[in-house]
Design a protein around this ligand. Structure first.
Ligand SMILES: [Zn+2]
Ligand SMILES: [Zn+2]
Length: 248
């Protein structure tokens, strides 16, 4: 083998190694994605763990039933109460890898994870894409919580959704006026009470508009319902709620 061929082979080896190093890594677990299309940001292994829920849930509050292949129907609670939104879409159950990456994203604002979650939200929201919606509105954080965390994950996800749907995101129209303890630390009855009238709408640009209200996790539905009621009070004609995960 000539000197030139050796040199050429050495260059090829180095460039192959560099390709792996510079290669795309899964935004979730960091392994190199070997064969991928231009839009792929998640490896095959992670992607198979993130599938949308197809059925077996309540069509209003997304309460999960054991069997995924059963049809969508009203749960006992929803026959006796009325949540204020008109349509609901969500990605899946708050568990496993989905729960893991939502938590990681909430406390890191990792751009790659944001893209992954945004993609899942787009998939969830497409169920409602035939609607002529006017705006996307994120569930707000109280300014105090926003200072602690540094960003509002629902607003970031709304922006990704807004770009995909070609809809304007209104990030500061719906506001949280009262600081409340984290919902996960309250009993159910306290939660329902604690969120009465803590959300308000600024200005009057929402009159007769149809909006998509976006959040990451739904637990009892009281946060989304509080937001939705504030929007309806401000003249919104229809609220579609879209969230990533239903806590069980
Ligand atoms: Zn992965
Ligand atoms: Zn229900």
């Amino acid at each position: 083998m000539s000197g030139f061929q050796n040199f050429f082979r050495a260059v090829q080896n180095v460039s192959a190694r560099l390709a792996v190093l510079a290669g795309k890594r899964c935004a979730i677990c960091g392994t190199v994605i070997e064969e991928s299309g231009p839009g792929t940001i998640v490896c095959q292994d992670c992607s198979t763990q993130l599938t949308s829920r197809k059925g077996g849930y309540c069509g209003i509050c997304a309460r999960i039933y054991a069997l995924e292949n059963s049809s969508t129907h009203l749960c006992f609670d929803c026959r006796n109460r009325s949540f204020s939104w008109h349509e609901m879409s969500f990605f899946s159950v708050y568990q496993g890898l989905l729960k893991d990456i939502i938590l990681r994203y909430k406390f890191s604002n990792d751009l790659g994870l944001g893209k992954v979650l945004g993609g899942l939200l787009i998939e969830a929201a497409r169920n409602n894409a035939n609607k002529d919606l006017d705006f996307i509105i994120p569930v707000p954080l109280h300014p105090k919580r926003l200072r602690q965390r540094g960003f509002n994950q629902s607003l970031e996800l709304s922006r990704i959704l807004g770009r995909d749907f070609g809809l304007e995101v209104l990030g500061d129209v719906l506001v949280k006026t009262k600081h409340t303890p984290p919902q996960s630390k309250l009993e159910r009855r306290q939660r329902l009470r604690s969120l009465k009238n803590v959300f308000a709408v600024k200005g009057d640009q929402l009159k007769d508009k149809k909006v998509m209200l976006v959040d990451d996790i739904m637990t009892t539905g009281s946060t989304l319902d509080g937001c939705s009621r504030a929007l309806l009070r401000a003249g919104v004609s229809e609220v579609t709620v879209v969230f990533l995960a239903r806590a069980v």
